[in-house]
Design a protein around this ligand. Structure first.
Ligand code: ATP
Length: 377
């Protein structure tokens, strides 16, 4: 049974739909990413789960309980957002401790509330409850900030502030951790190391996590499964490798990874499995995908295309495409070429070996692709 289940979720703002029949099931302990372009409804979905937005219709279950009508402070969700939203006048320690107290205050009875208020007063007087102290220290250790407990947020880097925000969300021991574009304010290098750190912490704690991002690399490198959204709808849910190798829709193929997408006419092959596809220029390609006769979109990833040497190009074979180099982009370990094939162009990735000269604009080339890499969408 899914730990978080979103069923037939619709949300309208002033009569304009933002979410249309969103259906998602997230397993316990799973790291699940919501991926899509700006405005596709990722944040609205997350805010509905947290209880900050009420759905127009549909239900949300967490741990088997229907929370659709439960206020946000009674849902067991911890949230980390793009703007770290730390209290600037409180130290790192106090920011994290505050979160713990807020939970006790709202969830507990009268005696808990009195004890929270007394604790706050004690802290002002420099006296800290041992249990709180230990717990906060444990969470600061988890995010590797034990040494910075006395600093104010303004004295921390963006990455450190985001780690405080993470500790503050986790210390509440929520059932679900919701992260909305948490890394988008950080520079690329820091983002990469934070991805690894967040994933490590999530595994250590084992918390069910929903991570919102518009960055496909982020979603693909971090998540167990990814839901791709477009215009308020979930288009496809799969593992990162499943999405990449079997996109169910040209939108997913285009959004996830780099793609060559061509329009073609498909004919089921007479012999064996697979199909023939006639792409622009009357070029015939063989594909292992089997489809009914008709128009279809065809996906070929840049790294699935191979540039043949002149000796190989002189031989015979299927799935050959002749063209000329239009441009080259050097990425260190790989070179991407734009190849002009007359009625269309393809992007081709090649492994770059140090010292090798790059092909030049106008160089004639022959490309080939294995039939199992020609995906009919
Ligand atoms: P981004 O990555 O830019 O945050 P998103 O995928 O998270 O985008 P949402 O913020 O969920 O998208 O917005 C989905 C749609 O709902 C957008 O068209 C947005 O303008 C609209 N929307 C969101 N919140 C409100 C609101 N409070 N009032 C009116 N429209 C809203």
């Amino acid at each position: 049974m899914a730990f978080v289940a979103i069923r037939h979720l619709y949300k309208e703002f002033d009569g304009i739909p933002a979410l249309e029949n969103v259906h998602l099931e997230i397993e316990e302990g799973e790291f699940f990413a919501l991926l899509g372009p700006s405005g596709c409804g990722k944040t609205t979905t997350m805010r509905c789960i947290a209880g900050f937005e009420s759905p127009t219709s549909g239900t949300i279950e967490i741990g088997g309980e229907d929370v659709s009508r439960i206020p946000a402070n009674r849902r067991s969700c911890g949230m980390v957002s793009q703007s770290y939203a730390l209290f600037p006048h409180m130290t790192v320690f106090e920011n994290v401790a505050y979160s713990l107290n807020i939970r006790r205050f709202y969830r507990g009875g009268l005696s808990d509330r009195v004890s929270v208020l007394a604790g706050m007063l004690n802290r002002k007087l420099g006296r800290v409850n041992r249990e709180t102290e230990e717990k906060v220290q444990n969470y600061l250790k988890l995010v590797e900030l034990s040494h910075l407990g006395d600093r104010l947020p303004g004295q921390l880097s963006g990455g450190q502030q985001q780690r405080v925000a993470l500790a503050r969300a986790l210390i509440m021991e929520p059932a679900v951790l919701l992260m909305d574009e948490p890394l988008s304010n950080l520079d690329k290098k820091l983002r990469n190391s934070m991805r690894v750190m967040i994933r490590d912490i999530q595994k250590k704690v084992g918390i069910t996590t929903l991570f919102v991002t518009h960055d496909q690399e982020e979603a693909m490198s971090m998540a167990d499964r990814v839901a791709v959204m477009s215009e308020g709808k979930v288009i496809q849910v799969d593992t990162p490798s499943g999405l990449y190798s079997h996109p169910a829709h040209s939108f997913v193929a285009d959004f996830v990874g780099s793609s060559n997408i061509l329009r073609g006419e498909v004919f089921p092959a007479d012999e064996g499995e697979g199909s023939w596809i006639i792409i622009p220029g009357e070029v015939r390609l063989r594909s292992d995908s089997r489809r009914e006769k008709g128009e279809a979109m065809v996906l070929i990833r840049p790294e699935s295309l191979t540039l043949l040497s002149s000796a190989e190009a002189a031989g015979q074979g299927e799935n050959r495409l002749s063209g000329s180099i239009r441009w080259a982009a050097y990425f260190g370990a790989k070179v991407r070429y734009g190849v002009d094939l007359g009625p269309f162009a393809l992007q081709v990735d090649t492994v770059y070996r140090s010292g090798e000269p790059l092909l030049q604009e106008g160089d004639a080339v022959m490309l080939t692709v294995e039939p199992n890499q020609v995906v009919v969408l």
